[in-house]
Design a binder for this molecule. Sequence first.
Ligand code: Z5A
Length: 214
Amino acid sequence: MDFKLGKFITLEGSEGVGKTTNVDSVCQTLDDLSIPYIRTREPGGTPMAEALRTNLLAQWDETVDGLTELFIVFAARLQHVQGVIRPALASGKWVVCDRFTDASYAYQGYGRGLDLKKMAVLEEWVHGDLQPDLTLYLDLDPEVAANRIADREQDRMEQEQLSFFHRVRQGYLARAAADSRFQTVDASLPLVEVQALVCEQVKAFVSTHSEGSN
Ligand code: Z5A
């Protein structure tokens, strides 16, 4: 499908910043405005992509190369874009997605040090004509974020050093500064305040884009 009637909203940020919690707020705002949407996530969103996610986050008794991670997340993304995101947008539904390709740039590009120009070729190949319309970037010091999820069992990526998450944050900040589709939210504020800011951003976006065409 090569057209879209719905809008594509993504939430981004390092682990523990509150993305999942705030996806709820985005969905609640769309519900209040009677806008039809689907809620999904990356890596994941289809049975095969969810299986790839499990592989990405699992502990392996071998070194996992950053390029291997990149191919896993883009393979999952292709399944997700073709099977879920494009059909939903083409049918007029909005898509609310917990992470998308900005996460690949932040984690595999800035975090693992992969070549950003080569990543752009892969992005173009997989979904060159499809980009989020609005990206809510939740910004938080990685140390504070790690403390928020300290009582959870940590997956392979969450066990990375703090320096890795500082590079990830720098990656997100660089991308947010370079593209007007980003709205940066201070995720260090109390949850109710973050939720209010997220709700405000979504309402502002809806008021300028609700006519339903590109
Ligand atoms: N990954 C990748 O490497 N490349 C890619 O291209 C993609 C992903 C797409 C899984 O992502 C991993 O995939 C991720 C990057 C990699 N690895 N890491 N690390 P994920 O999004 O599923 O995993 P996550 O980032 O680890 O999600 P999370 O731990 O569930 O964090 P979150 O969704 O941002 O946070 P939360 O669960 O909403 O909130 C965490 C806690 O903080 C919770 O108790 C909340 O109640 C609390 N919270 C939330 N907001 C606040 C405020 N404002 N104040 C106080 N407490 C708060």
